[in-house]
Design a binder for this molecule. Structure first.
Ligand SMILES: NC(=O)c1ccc[n+]([C@@H]2O[C@H](COP(=O)([O-])OP(=O)(O)OC[C@H]3O[C@@H](n4cnc5c(N)ncnc54)[C@H](OP(=O)(O)O)[C@@H]3O)[C@@H](O)[C@H]2O)c1
Length: 331
């Protein structure tokens, strides 16, 4: 029996309360040891629910010797600094996406983790749901002929006015919050390195609130992506080939109890392939813990398979930088 990985949480984030800590509590390979907050009373309410210690301030949590790894759901603009501090304190890091707001910071942190032989994983949860591997297999098997293009969107309705996503100094904006999902999905499905052929961002009060991106891949394959904070809730993708197309809904936020259905349309008609439900929160937390326990390399597949390696973190951050450089921005 392997000893569970002892995890400390930096920040009493909503995602930790609603999803990640309930999932971690059910993973035998994980023990949640402590939760830190800038506000001790918040930490105490988390500690009461998840049966762990409440810690005032993030530094104090990093000083604890009984913490092997930290889960880091801080606002995107603060994450790089705390990832660095956690690595310097000798902790493995499980950081929410996007890990940083620039490719340079991503590359520095991944290099630091390599030097210190610590695991640093950016939590692209959706990659841990079985539905995407099933779709990729169908495409590889030629189910829709030659892949011509990929379309993906992630849009959510407006958040509360004070939300971290509207604050430029905290790394707010739709590109970093929701846009990274279709970008990462394009990297998952399309061949070779991706080039940004065009991009548009709409800004409001200092942050981008909506955007579209056109990407080019090998063999003339393209991707058209859309994202934003002022939309009807939707996250979906389509792969369009020479002899058919595959569509899938709830691609980034499938509830654990939902049985996904892959829809394939060809000249022969419509086929629907039902898949079993899958729990991406639980899967991603388990994968992180198994990879820490087995001493997995940041760049190599670990016990649970590194579906998103250190190199992938840097590639994604570089693509985000490239979208920003290319984008026409309107108010
Ligand atoms: N992987 C996924 O599926 C997924 C889903 C949702 C969100 N996320 C990511 O998780 C992150 C957190 O999202 P959320 O919706 O959970 O946000 P949130 O509830 O606002 O949580 C952010 C936390 O950061 C801490 N914090 C530190 N300095 C802060 C500051 N100056 N202002 C505000 N908060 C500060 C706060 O903890 P204390 O007050 O306790 O210190 C706060 O609870 C986002 O970056 C998002 O990208 C990922």
């Amino acid at each position: 029996m392997i000893e569970p990985v002892r995890i400390g949480v930096l920040g009493c984030a909503s995602i930790a309360w609603r999803r990640m800590l309930p999932a971690m509590s059910e993973v035998p390979e994980i023990e949640v040891i402590a939760v830190a907050s800038r506000d001790l009373s918040k930490a105490e309410s988390f500690a009461a629910r998840f049966d762990c210690a409440a810690v005032p301030g993030y530094e104090r949590l990093l000083e604890r010797e009984d913490v092997d790894a930290v889960y880091l759901p801080l606002p995107a603009g603060l994450r790089a600094d705390w990832v660095r501090r956690a690595l310097d304190a000798g902790k493995h890091v499980f950081g929410e996406k996007p890990l940083t707001t620039s490719a340079r910071a991503a590359a520095e942190l991944v290099e630091l983790a390599r030097e210190k032989r610590l695991l640093l994983r950016e939590n692209f949860m959706f990659l841990h749901h079985g539905q995407h591997a099933a779709v990729r297999e169908l495409v590889r098997d030629g189910k829709i002929g030659e892949l011509r293009s990929f379309t993906a969107v992630f849009g959510i309705p407006p958040r509360e006015p004070g939300d971290i996503r509207y604050q430029p100094e905290l790394g707010g904006g739709a590109l970093l919050d929701v846009g990274v999902y279709p970008l990462r999905a394009a990297q998952f499905f399309l061949p070779g390195e991706l080039a940004v052929l065009g991009a548009a961002l709409r800004e409001d009060s200092g942050v981008d609130v909506a955007g579209s991106v056109l990407l080019g891949a090998e063999r003339g394959v393209t991707a058209q992506l859309g994202f934003g904070f002022e939309h009807h809730y939707r996250n979906t993708y389509e792969l369009w080939g020479s002899s058919g197309r595959i569509t899938l809904d709830r691609v980034f936020t499938p509830p654990a109890e939902m049985a996904p259905v892959i829809r394939i349309e060809t000249g022969g008609g419509v086929e629907e392939i039902p898949l079993p439900p899958d729990d991406q929160f639980r899967n991603s937390a388990t994968a992180f813990a198994l990879d820490v326990s087995s001493g997995a390399d940041i760049d190599a597949p670990g016990a649970a398979g590194a579906v998103h390696s250190g190199e992938d973190t840097v590639r994604l951050a570089a693509l985000v930088d490239s979208v920003r450089r290319t984008a026409q921005t309107t108010a």
